[in-house]
Design a binder for this molecule. Structure first.
Ligand code: PMP
Ligand code: GLU
Length: 400
């Protein structure tokens, strides 16, 4: 069967592909340390699971409104208003099947063919593909490790064309872990306002920040930004609920209506049971969020300190999320003599020789780098780092 043209350009998700590969090796009995996928390793907090059980028992097992339960849209709006200080109404919220689906909805509702979306690289794997699926063009703008992989206003300005429609910002960042300062975001906001851009702010990691940082919501940085910004977030990371598939957009009302229409035709509502669980997550006790944040910070300390000691490795300041994105170009130069020339080859050899799964930087638009997720226990991380160190010393000898 002939596939549609849009499929020819579509890459599979490299993060999910690597996790699947590591999973298959584990199932075959190999001692694999999987630091590929970005997924909190904690169980979903028990009070959230109990709310789902109660929802089933109460018979909430039917369709809900396509844009989500009124109680959940209200809970999202209130939680956002409480934390950002910006008033939003439940009608500005559409609840979707995870933040990934929320991104797809936003791009589909906003982008026409020929539109360009500025995506700072390194970027999370799905952005470029989802923009292409919507028929538009991702314009990848390289950032430098010396700037902690932050997009600078002058680089944004230089990337603008008459077709630029949108800017995508992810802070705290997947894949780099970098958190923009408020003034840095405000400077980007000024360019976006000047150029009349719509901004998509992926704030799914906004509560996972370290060392007393805060991560302000993008529309708080300049007056009027709410009219041009779509905030994407969800429960996957904050409440360790990746499998429940609940995310959302917060957008101006006309756009929210369009997204709700789209969703009513494409998927209808996300799981009713998951929605009830998400209400419990947002309105219930929040200590679990801080407990997990603290655990991630300790892991960040461990991983960053160990990686910085390895020869040929450079990494930026990890202010949030749960990723270490490091520069392996010096290590690659040394490994060329044994036939390893790219970050993908490096990751494949690391998996084969040492059974550690990382994701190649090329999947994130940054060849010469790799991403390590530190959403794993400290003992697992320590063993993984020992193996990475052994591989850097000698990429050819298999693990004893
Ligand atoms: N945005 C970013 C930056 C992410 O890291 C992820 C995690 N996959 C998502 C969106 C999608 O999250 P979800 O599991 O809610 O679809
Ligand atoms: N955000 C996670 C990651 O980047 C989940 C995987 C995915 O959805 O691609 O690893």
């Amino acid at each position: 069967m002939k596939l549609a043209r849009r499929m020819a350009a579509l890459e599979p998700s490299a993060t999910l592909a690597m996790a699947a590969r590591a999973g298959a090796m584990k199932a075959a009995g190999l001692d694999v340390i999987d630091l590929s996928v970005g997924e909190p390793d904690f169980p979903t907090p028990p009070h959230i699971c109990r709310a789902a059980e109660a929802a089933i028992a109460a018979g909430y097992t039917k369709y809900t409104p396509a844009a989500g339960l009124a109680a959940l849209r209200k809970a999202v709006a209130e939680d956002y208003t409480r934390r950002s200080g910006l008033a939003v109404t439940p009608s500005q919220v559409v609840v979707s099947n995870g933040a990934k689906h929320a991104l797809h909805n936003a791009f589909t509702a906003l982008l026409d063919e020929q539109d360009e979306v500025v995506v700072p690289a390194p970027y999370w794997v799905s952005y470029a593909e989802l923009v292409k699926l919507a028929g538009a063009t991702p314009v990848l703008v390289e950032t430098r490790i010396e700037d902690d992989f932050k997009l600078l206003p002058e680089a944004l300005r230089a990337a603008l064309t008459p077709r630029t429609r949108m800017l995508l910002i992810c802070s705290p960042s997947n894949p780099t872990g970098v958190v923009y300062q408020p003034a840095e975001l405000a400077a980007l906001a000024d360019v976006a306002i000047d150029a009349d851009l719509t901004v998509l702010a992926d704030e799914i990691y906004d509560q996972l920040v370290f060392d007393g940082r805060t991560s302000p919501s993008f529309p708080t940085l300049r007056p009027g930004l709410t009219d041009r910004t779509i905030v994407v977030a969800g429960v996957s990371k904050t409440y360790s609920m990746t499998g429940w598939r609940i995310g959302w957009t917060i957008a101006p009302e006309p756009l929210s209506k369009a997204i709700a229409n789209l969703q009513s035709q494409e998927t209808s509502n996300p799981s009713s049971i998951s929605q009830h669980a998400a209400v419990a997550a947002l309105t219930g006790p929040q200590e679990c969020v801080e407990q997990m944040r603290r655990a991630f910070q300790l892991r960040r300390d461990l991983v960053a300190a160990r990686l910085r000691r390895l020869s040929g490795i450079r990494l930026p300041d990890i202010g949030g999320a749960f990723y270490a994105f490091f520069d392996i170009r010096a290590a690659l130069a040394r490994a060329r003599s044994v036939g390893i020339a790219t970050s993908l080859a490096w990751c494949e050899m690391l998996l084969e020789r040492q059974q550690v799964a990382l994701v190649a930087g090329s999947a994130f638009g940054a060849e010469g780098h790799v991403r390590m997720s530190f959403a794993a226990g400290e003992e697992t991380l320590a063993r993984g780092l020992d193996r990475v160190a052994a591989f850097l010393d000698d990429p050819t000898t298999p693990r004893a």
